[in-house]
Design a protein around this ligand. Structure first.
Ligand code: COA
Length: 257
């Protein structure tokens, strides 16, 4: 149980809101468990036709809680709360829509690769700083990004790890629309409302056909990424990156081979 993830069902739409404002909605094990539970609930409840993931007008999520990262993964990747969440998201049978504003860091960007539609405010700063944290790509990003946006653009986002805007994400084909931040959730909700009124089995069949062909390769990649990610979390490079974040200084990787 966590109060940092709020769920609400309205008109057949399950809204899942990340709500930990004092930590920029950084995700803990308990929060991943709640996010995964929400997907399971949607899949098993025939009254729910669509899931909406969102945060606040200022922040989607600053990604994994860096304090918890520092203690490593509790178990093998697919059994961890984050692994379970990601696999449930990939396997979700009902449409998933995201409304994103502000920071969308790490898994805050990669989880969007598994949403069916993404609406992002012009204040959004997407970022996948895995390499800069001594880590490696996760969430299937090392497979999906090169095939969707091209190898060199994927390398820029995953190696340099810089932030990119909603306009950039739109140009890359990673989101459906860049919105005024005050309108992001309404735009996403409008899509959800339409999805909730459409023939549900036809929508599920469409989702299955869109995701099916790449599913096996995606799962294999996510497992390989997860294994490497678990190793990287224990690396001296990651330890230096996490220490630097806590000490509010730039990390120093000059001594590493
Ligand atoms: N894990 C744990 N705490 C986090 C966090 C995270 N991922 N992201 C932010 N916080 C905390 C900060 O430490 C800070 O705590 P404090 O008030 O005790 O100092 C608080 O949330 C506010 O964050 P702050 O950095 O002051 O906000 P900002 O608006 O200046 O910057 C971010 C927002 C998201 C750009 C910045 O917090 C950030 O880069 N966070 C780390 C993101 C990250 O690397 N995630 C992991 C990806 S794999």
């Amino acid at each position: 149980m966590t109060d940092f993830v709020l769920t609400e069902i309205n008109n057949r739409i399950l809204t899942v809101r990340i709500n930990r404002p004092d930590r920029k909605n950084a995700l803990t094990h308990a929060m991943y468990t709640a996010l995964g539970d929400a997907i399971e609930q949607a899949d098993s409840d025939s009254d729910i036709r669509c899931i909406l993931f969102t945060g606040s007008d200022e922040c989607f999520t600053a990604g994994n809680d860096l304090g918890e990262f520092a203690s490593g993964l509790p178990g093998s990747f697919e059994e961890t709360p984050v692994g379970r969440f990601l696999f449930l998201l990939v396997n979700a049978t009902k449409p998933v829509v995201a409304a994103v504003n502000g920071a969308a860091v790490g898994i805050g960007t990669t989880m969007l690769l598994h949403c069916d539609m993404v609406f992002a405010g012009t204040n959004t700063r997407f970022q996948m700083p895995f390499a800069n944290l001594g880590l490696c790509p996760e969430g299937g990003s090392s497979l999906l990004l090169p095939s969707w946006i091209g190898r060199v653009r994927a390398a820029e986002l995953l190696m340099l790890g810089g932030a990119f805007s909603a306009d950039d994400a739109y140009r890359l084909g990673l989101i459906n629309r860049a919105c005024d931040p005050a309108d992001t959730e309404a735009a996403a909700l409008k899509a959800c409302q339409q999805l909730a009124s459409q023939p549900p089995a036809a929508i599920r069949a469409t989702k299955k056909l869109l995701c099916g062909p790449t599913q096996a390769e995606l799962k294999a990649t996510m497992l390989a990424e997860g294994e490497l990610f678990g190793e990287r979390l224990k690396s001296p490079e990651a330890a230096e990156a996490f220490r630097a974040f806590m000490q509010k200084r730039k990390p120093d990787f000059s001594g590493f081979k």
